[in-house]
Ligand binder design. Sequence first.
Ligand SMILES: *Cc1c(COP(=O)(O)O)cnc(C)c1O
Length: 343
Amino acid sequence: MRTVDLRSDTVTQPTAAMRAAMMAAPLGDDVFGDDPSVNALQERIAALLGKEAALFMPSGTQSNLCALMAHCQRGDEYLVGQMAHTYRWEAGGAAVLGGIQPQPIAHQPDGTLALADIEANVKPDDPHFARSRLLCLENTLGGQVLPMDYQRAAAALARRHGLATHLDGARLFNAAVAQAARAGGTPHEHARQIAGLYDSVSVCFSKGLGAPVGSALVGSAELITRARRLRKLSGGAMRQSGLLAAAAAHALDHHIERLADDHAHARRLADGLAGLDGITVVPPDTNIVFVDLAPGKDGRAIVQAAAERGVRCTGLYRLRLVTHLDVSRDDVDHAVRVLREIL
Ligand SMILES: *Cc1c(COP(=O)(O)O)cnc(C)c1O
């Protein structure tokens, strides 16, 4: 049976060329700082995003955790979206391991946090309160690209209040590719412009970029020095990790521009599903399609029925369908046929 896996862009298998790059990578021991492939990747991603330094991490969760702990002390707080990965999807790590209190803020329909809400939640210097220390945004958020003007204004507001800024840019390159398609310029230029608004940025290689493992944290040399200690503390210092860094470097060479295909496939998927009774398809900005189900439609049963026919997705009240490197246009058309029958 044909399978189309739309659960996440994390499910991609490394391509043959990526595996070859991994096998050819010169290796050292990164805890001693002498893995040439890790060092090359770190220098490259730092330069690409216009920062002084970078640190290769096993996961985006750890990269965000090390960033939050590098910015904040125990008893500090970070302002963050209700639906943000760093708040909702990372097992409360900042609070559990860092003693950092989240101050969640409701999202606007476009994924932003209202500037007035951010401002209203910055605490005055008063012993009753945790110390507001960091604003943490996410781009893309649920596949939505945050507008540049908004990010500029939010970063300026944070600076005015003495807050540092961190971007969870797990899918930063999806945002950059979408922005380049709209506004002209290259994805690299857009990625650098977005990153330039924040003190630190975490990017995933293991999502749409198609590497098997890995994220990077970028920021000032001083911040990255603190993050290196925190990566060790949290068990993320690896040895011959050049094997993985080589996959990430290959992804930077070959898999950024092609994200535009994933975005086109997501639009095709959304268009193909539109118009059925009992569902509302949210038009995708990038590579994630949400399908809202009318009350009475059983998301779990739909996911199960689709899986039995080889189309895998996730969802309860809204289906989530993610396009990626291993999903072709034909796969999209197949998934549309199967899902239309079930829906
Ligand atoms: C996937 C993801 C992460 C990190 O996930 P890991 O599975 O830990 O690599 C962080 N933020 C966002 C928005 C993500 O989608």
